[in-house]
Design a protein around this ligand. Sequence first.
Ligand code: SAH
Length: 346
Amino acid sequence: MSADEKNEAAAALPEGDGEFTPTLWSVTGPTETKRPEPGSGGDGNARAPHETKAAADEPAEAVPLSKNARKRLAKQEAWAAKKKARKEEEKALKQQKGDEARAAFAAKMEAMTDAERAEYEAERKANREKRMKEAEEAKAKKTEALRSPYSVVLDLEFGDLMTEKESRSMAKQLTYCYSANTKAAVPLCLYFTGLDGEVGEALLKSSPGYKNWAVRHEEGSYLDALAERKGDLVYLTADSEHELTEFKPNEVYIIGGIVDKNRHKNLTLNKANEQGIRHARLPIRDHLKMTGTHILTVNQALDIVLAQLELKDWDKAMERAVPVRKQAKECTEEDGKKEGDAELSE
Ligand code: SAH
């Protein structure tokens, strides 16, 4: 093709379609199609017999495919053929393996005496039942948490006060919280409230299966979800003048789902006061030798609740829940990080 011919062919491409995809326009032969000039009076001209239906709907005149387009088309076809061949090969291999395993099993059974066969069958049945029981127990343990007398709300209404990165970090901390709860000796009934914001979005992205987690999912505020229990709500906030002495089954503790390196001072204290709900701080000062702020990450706060419910001893609970680095040391960003992911709140 001469340079002029090439230019002509390029001019025939749809406007703005620099990355011309030959399959869109012509799939059956080494030609491209050319749209008539706007207002040229439609189709009128005879159609090349190899034109596709799509091309036939768009009145067009056939022009040869450029060398590059032909190459691209050939590459695409070769790739598709290779993929198909690989799939067929994999399928055949799977089938063959299955046949072999079935034959081996039949031979093994054949070689057994009646007594051996009966024993073998009984063993297989017992193993199957054991696996099913374990799966059921694991499921029951998860859902049992929802009936726990102890409740904790993770308040996820602060998405607009966080950067995207902080929201992602928050979502990560929620996975730690959920995981810790499923393994806890005394699991909590966890509420995720305010899921209709940025944190909910970040959580969906990082853990698409979170809707199946055994937690109470609430789009809106805990004030709606727990409207009848407003008097039982206690916001946990490091800025409260009240110090908590114990976790009670009839109270619902709220943890502020925010990663803000404490930019937003008194945020949760003010929220609790404005909403007319009680608040309290964890007894960190007496039970943890910490310098700097006494502000924990969301998952550390939750870990303290879980550890205290199990150990009934604040010293031991703090020791287990708060990394040694954070104890008796100036707080650094590294504190509270699990596997280097979640970020500190202060
Ligand atoms: N500026 C935020 C800090 C968020 S820390 C604020 O005003 O709350 C994340 C959450 O962990 C807090 O909202 C709180 O619920 C909980 N938390 C952290 N340290 C705490 C402490 N010492 N006592 C009680 N709750 C604490």
